[in-house]
Design a binder for this molecule. Structure first.
Ligand code: ZN
Length: 288
C-alpha cells in the first residue's frame, strides 16, 4: 500500500515504448528494422502489477506503434484503472516534423489507443521532450486533435529539447492559434547554479535515492508536484543499445536494476496519481 508522508500529490507516468525506440541510435532508427526482440509487454505488465500492489494510479503515454503491435496492452492498462495518453505513433522528434506530419502521426496514435482502451486520450508526452522554442505550433495540433494537456516541456538544457517555462503546472498560452493547453512541466531541481533533472529515465537510474528525495523536498517546498517518468527499459539494466537477439538475457536480469528499488521507495514515501488528476482535468474539462 501507499504510505505517503507528504500532502502533495505527484504525477506518476510511464512512456510505453520498447528498448529500441531510442532517439539518436542509428542502428535502430529505421522502423523497417522493427520489431526487434521485445521487452515492452513483460515490463509493462510488471509495472501494472506493481502499481496494483501499491494501490497507485498512473498515466501511460503509449506509442501508437506499440499499441498497434500489442493490441492487448492498452486494454490491460485501462482495465487496471490507469490513464492512457499518447507518446506519438512513430517516436519521431516533434521539431523535425512539419505540423501536418505531426498531426498525421498523432491522429494515428490517438485513434489506435482510444479504440483499444475505450478511453478518451487527453494528454501527450513528446518523444525525447522534443518541443523546443520554435515548435509552439505543436500545441495547436494537440488542440486540433482534442487533447487538453501536455507534459513535454523540459525546463533545462537538453540535447533534443529544452524549453524555458515555469516549473509548476500552468496553462500554456503561446501557441500560434492562441488556444490554451494545460502544461505539466518535467521536474528540475537546483543545486547552486545548476538545474538538475532528477525524476525520470536515466536520472532516476543514475542518481542516488537521497538526491531524488532532495529533489522532491525542494519542489514540494515550492508547492510543486514532481513528475516521475519511466520507461519499460528503465527496469531492464542490460537492455542492448544495438540490435542483438538478447530477449532471453533481458528476462534473466529483471529484478537486478536499481530502478525497481527506487520505484518501490518512491511509492512508499510519496503520494502519486495520474497526470490529468494532478492537473485537475476531467475528460469534460479543457484549459480556459
Ligand atoms: Zn520515448
Amino acid at each position: 500500500m501507499n504510505h505517503p508522508t507528504d500532502t502533495i500529490t505527484n504525477a506518476l507516468s510511464f512512456d510505453i515504448e520498447d528498448w529500441f525506440h531510442m532517439v539518436g541510435i542509428d542502428a535502430v532508427a529505421d522502423p523497417d528494422t522493427w520489431p526487434l526482440p521485445s521487452i515492452v509487454v513483460d515490463q509493462t505488465e510488471w509495472i501494472v502489477q506493481t502499481l496494483a500492489e501499491a494501490d497507485v494510479k498512473a498515466t501511460f503515454f503509449m506509442l501508437g506503434w506499440v499499441a498497434e503491435r500489442y493490441p492487448q496492452l492498452a486494454r490491460l492498462i485501462a482495465d487496471a484503472g490507469h490513464e492512457l495518453g499518447t507518446h506519438s505513433y512513430w517516436h519521431r522528434k516533434v521539431y523535425e516534423l512539419t505540423p501536418q506530419q505531426f498531426h498525421q502521426d498523432m491522429k494515428r496514435s490517438i485513434d489506435v489507443i482510444e479504440s483499444q482502451s475505450g478511453q478518451k486520450v487527453l494528454g501527450f508526452r513528446a518523444p525525447s521532450f522534443s518541443i523546443r522554442p520554435g515548435t509552439e505550433w505543436a500545441f495547436d495540433v494537440l488542440a486540433d486533435l482534442g487533447l487538453v494537456y501536455d507534459t513535454s516541456l523540459f525546463p533545462a538544457r537538453r540535447g533534443h529539447g529544452g524549453y524555458p517555462c515555469p516549473p509548476q503546472p500552468h496553462v500554456f498560452r503561446d501557441a500560434p492559434g492562441g488556444r490554451p493547453i494545460h502544461e505539466l512541466p518535467i521536474s528540475v531541481m537546483r543545486i547552486g547554479p545548476i538545474k538538475l533533472p532528477f525524476s525520470g529515465g536515466g536520472y532516476v537510474r543514475l542518481l542516488p535515492g537521497a538526491v531524488i528525495r532532495r529533489g522532491f523536498s525542494q519542489l514540494h517546498k515550492r508547492g510543486c508536484p514532481v513528475v516521475i517518468y519511466l520507461h519499460p527499459r528503465d527496469f531492464c539494466p542490460d537492455c542492448p543499445r544495438v540490435p542483438m537477439p538478447l530477449h532471453r538475457r533481458f528476462k534473466s536480469y529483471v529484478g537486478l536494476g536499481t530502478t525497481k528499488r527506487k520505484l518501490a521507495m518512491l511509492l512508499g514515501r510519496y503520494r502519486f496519481d495520474t497526470c490529468s488528476s494532478v492537473l485537475g482535468i476531467t475528460s469534460s474539462r479543457a484549459a480556459r
